[in-house]
Design a protein. Structure first.
Length: 202
């Protein structure tokens, strides 16, 4: 039986799930979503539950010394491995595919003919890493794709480094021509304005 997703440790909210879900509905009943940054599986489980006909590919390399250790909600004194937590939390979702790797490695194994409808970037919050995460998957986006950045809303401590990574990525700098460019969207948890959309510069 799937877990209560709101009890999985993490920083992803139901409002943010709604934002991505609404974007998915504008694309189609089925689709492919790439999530960079699985962590303990909170956002992955929420998205898989709300988008059961979509395939959610979630990517995390869980590097040595991974800082995001997660307290067990049943025993606050117990610190657990997020990778094992994700394995447990996502085991019952048939529409989730886990990739234990970094973004470039996952791309190298990807079907070159399979496009990505939604790219959700919530990996390491460093400018260079955000650029790598977006650029790795950029070639698989189409003109109706949406790229979501987590922790990039104004006032968030990671706002500047995450947004700088996006602005310097191919999403903004590519000369590739689109009928309609992919959009950059920022989920806004806990506000009436749940997400805002910024088209990429042509």
């Amino acid at each position: 039986m799937p877990p209560d997703t709101t009890k999985i440790p993490g920083w992803f909210s139901p409002l943010e799930t709604d934002a991505i879900m609404r974007a998915a509905w504008t694309i189609g009943r089925t689709g492919t979503l790439i999530e960079i940054g699985t962590g303990a599986g909170r956002s992955t489980a929420m998205l898989a539950e709300r988008l059961p006909s979509w395939v959610i590919h979630t990517i995390d390399s869980y590097p040595a010394g991974y800082a995001e250790t997660v307290p067990d909600p049943n025993d606050p004194a117990l610190i657990t491995d997020p990778r094992k937590y994700a394995e447990k939390n996502l085991a019952n979702y048939g529409n989730v595919v886990r990739h234990i790797s970094d973004a470039p490695t996952a791309v190298a194994r990807w079907d070159i003919y399979k496009l990505v409808d939604i790219l959700f970037v919530d990996g390491r919050h460093e400018t260079a890493q955000v650029m790598i995460d977006i650029n790795s998957w950029f070639g698989f986006l189409h003109d109706r794709s949406v790229v979501f950045l987590h922790d990039a809303q104004n006032g968030n401590p990671y706002y500047e480094v995450v947004m700088l990574g996006a602005v310097n990525s191919k999403l903004f700098t590519s000369t590739q021509k689109w009928r309609q460019p992919p959009s950059l969207a920022i989920p806004r948890a806990g506000t009436a304005e749940r997400w805002r959309e910024r088209p990429r510069n042509p």
